[in-house]
Design a protein around this ligand. Structure first.
Ligand code: DCP
Length: 680
């Protein structure tokens, strides 16, 4: 039974905007003396001059390619300027590139629905803007056409007769007898040219663009003429474009499906697909894929521009190729801690700036076994509910790793007694946070969210076997600071049951999977810009999403379900905020251990008791016994808090509001969120 065809998308105007040699441009903006010079950005690993990850167009002319290492690049172009990617926590720090991408997105989004597709590419649905221009000020009647628009490449426009190319473009835009679709594209040409000029003016970055009637064609077109140019695909040129386009160049056909089409069906170009009836393609590849192939052969794609400026997930990953593979549990823990720290930082900034929270923590790894009969076996990805706070994320990620490792090496192979003879190696690690949803603003809601998050999903589990983590670290570089590794627990217990851990990531969609794999190759797809979120819009959103999350759970997650219900029930009954205290505890732990010891024991000590289990008198008495000193609040912690909480704290920090000895009044709402110091 064939699936429904997408509705005709011929009259949409979609642009795909792609930054030119993006990391190079970001570095050249930082160091303007590099502008115009052959330049490349290299990975921080300096072996053979580091791997090139971005190459300027000046350097490309000399034959410098992304696949090269710095030393090779110097051979083909001795004057090439190599700039190292910024480093933090022993890995590439992409935050500067992410933020630069956000600057661009915020400009592009001014003209229509915008979808941030990766760190440096954006889709824009210009249909409304184009229709409006056509109604109010159609290009056909314009006396002058912007120079940048005249430089557009219009596929199918005959420029081979020696005529003036710009003049041909001008005529094409001015055609009164053009059909509606082409008139809309003419508007798209003007709007995108203007946007690209605006991007250059405001950010100093150049970009290239494709303008067509759907996302697929716009994406294909944007890469055709680079840098700083735009390419248009009129409806009449679609067939000509696809007929000769190598099949593997199509999005999603670069992998196994593309290979199968070539090997099994003899399809080398997209045009070759036209010979197969839809049923035949469905028979071979399944109904949906078959129909999708039939559609793309004809340039049909109903995919919508999603209207998403913020990332769907956050990820932090690192690869450990060849001899740098991690071979001991402590080495893995060290790097996991770094990755989790970065992830936690980004989650906090997302919470602060966008009032969004993530629900799922996932660990991915690639591994090998040295004595392996089953070398194809993949390290299983694992996920669990995400708890906020660096220490908790680190703890949970490490537990996920151990669960994955146990499965990977087999139950009894789990005893790795030596630091170098574990028989396995980890060649890449990544942690990601997904299922990110907005939360209702206001301290009460935030408190509600954080409540119930403090108990580890691992802590209540019985252990049945152990991995002995040797105190010796085997880290890839001798320069690492070993003393910072937390090895406080020499023995790591594997939980017996893992029903609360999800295998793989069924809830991540294709884009997110791509995000994660890109993270591993140090190219992330995400980024974010600030967005105003109306409290009204957000109201009730958290609970809705939680309900949805519950629906998504599979049968074997019944334990997590019941834990969730229990916590939810407690949240409804209890307005206390013990868990957010946990969050702060992990930011600002007090070495004396007295910091929040009372609260901490109640939540983490395994009982997961809620405040409702206390009688009112007990509760009042207990509260009276505590206070917190506002001078103890670390200002760096403050900055990471939701703004509402910050405002509340700031108001308490104003001198006229301060109580003697800086003790916060017990009735203040915010006092519930902070670690009290016990009155002596
Ligand atoms: N990137 C990376 N690792 C890769 C590929 C890319 O770190 N394997 C980074 C560096 C790039 C950025 O992502 O600057 C965008 O990648 P693109 O593939 O879009 O390439 P560029 O923007 O560098 O060049 P182009 O002008 O060809 O798009």
């Amino acid at each position: 039974m064939p699936v429904a065809k997408p509705e005709s998308s011929d009259s949409r105007v979609i642009a795909h905007v792609d930054m030119d040699c993006f990391y190079v441009q970001v570095e050249q903006r930082k160091q303007p003396q590099l502008r115009g010079l052959p330049t490349a950005v290299v990975q921080y690993n300096e072996w053979k001059g580091g791997a090139l990850i971005a190459v300027s167009y000046e350097a490309r002319k000399f034959g410098v390619k992304r696949s090269m290492r710095g030393e090779e690049a110097k051979e083909v172009c001795p004057q090439v300027q190599l700039v190292q990617v910024p480093v933090a926590r022993g890995k590439a720090d992409l935050s500067g590139y992410r933020n630069a991408g956000s600057e661009v997105v915020s400009i592009i989004a001014r003209r229509g629905r915008c979808e941030r597709a990766s760190i440096d590419e954006v889709y824009l649905d210009l249909t409304d803007a184009a229709e409006m221009m056509l109604a109010d000020n159609p290009p056909q009647g314009m006396e002058t056409i912007d120079e940048e628009a005249l430089k557009s490449h219009i596929l199918g426009l005959n420029n081979e007769d020696g005529s003036d190319v710009k003049e041909n473009v001008r005529k094409w835009i001015h055609r009164h007898n053009a059909d509606h679709r082409d008139k809309l594209l003419a508007c798209g040409i003007l709007i995108v040219a203007e946007l690209r000029m605006q991007v250059l003016k405001e950010t100093e970055f150049t970009c290239s663009a494709g303008i067509a009637h759907n996302k697929m064609l716009a994406k294909l077109a944007s890469g055709m003429n680079k840098p700083a140019q735009q390419t248009v695909v009129p409806f009449s040129s679609v067939k000509g474009l696809l007929d000769t386009l190598p099949i593997r160049k199509m999005k999603q056909l670069g992998g196994k499906l593309g290979i199968s089409l070539q090997m099994d069906m003899g399809v080398n170009t997209v045009g070759d697909l036209l010979q197969f009836p839809e049923e035949k393609l469905q028979e071979r590849y399944g109904i949906n894929t078959g129909t999708w192939l039939w559609n793309i052969a004809r340039g049909i794609s109903g995919e919508e521009v999603e209207g998403r400026l913020l990332p769907k997930s956050h990820g932090s990953g690192k690869t450990f190729p060849g001899p740098r593979a991690l071979k001991t549990v402590p080495a893995v823990q060290h790097w996991l801690n770094q990755l989790c720290e970065e992830l936690s930082e980004r989650l906090c900034s997302d919470l602060d700036q966008n009032k969004r929270i993530a629900h799922t923590l996932t660990l991915h790894a690639r591994a090998y076994k040295s004595s392996d009969t089953d070398s194809q076996k993949k390290f299983p990805s694992k996920s669990c509910p995400l708890r906020y706070g660096t220490a908790k994320i680190q703890e949970d990620a490490f537990n996920l790793f151990q669960a994955g490792l146990r499965e990977y090496i087999g139950f009894y192979g789990g005893k790795t007694q030596g630091s170098h003879c574990s028989g396995w190696g980890i060649t890449s690690l990544s942690v990601s946070a997904s299922k990110i949803v907005p939360i209702p603003s206001g301290t009460c809601s935030i408190a509600k969210y954080f409540q119930g998050q403090s108990t580890s999903h691992f802590s209540s589990m019985q252990s049945s076997d152990n991995l002995n983590t040797e105190a010796t670290l085997s880290l890839p570089s001798g320069s690492e600071c070993y003393s910072e590794v937390n090895l406080s627990e020499p023995k790591i217990d594997f939980p017996k049951e893992e029903s609360w851990i999800k295998d793989t990531v069924p809830d991540l969609d294709l884009q997110e999977q791509k995000d994660l794999s890109s993270t591993l190759s140090e190219k992330t797809q995400d980024g974010f810009i600030q967005e105003d979120i109306s409290p009204l819009l957000l109201s009730g959103c958290l609970e809705q999403n939680r309900s949805k999350q519950q629906q998504d759970l599979t049968k074997d997650e019944s334990q997590f379900k019941s834990e969730y219900k229990e916590r939810k029930g407690k949240r409804l009954k209890d307005k206390g905020t013990y868990s957010i205290i946990e969050l702060f505890k992990s930011y600002n732990p007090n070495p004396s251990g007295s910091f929040l010891s009372h609260e901490y024991n109640r939540t983490v000590g395994g009982t997961d008791a809620s405040s409702s289990s206390y009688s009112r008198d007990e509760e009042e008495g207990r509260r009276e016994a505590w206070g917190y000193n506002i001078d103890e609040i670390d200002s760096s912690v403050m900055e990471e808090l939701p703004t509402e909480i910050q405002d509340e704290i700031k108001s308490w920090m104003q001198p006229h509001k301060r109580r003697p000895n800086n003790m916060v009044k017990r009735s203040c709402t915010i006092s519930h969120y902070f670690s009290p110091s016990k009155k002596s």
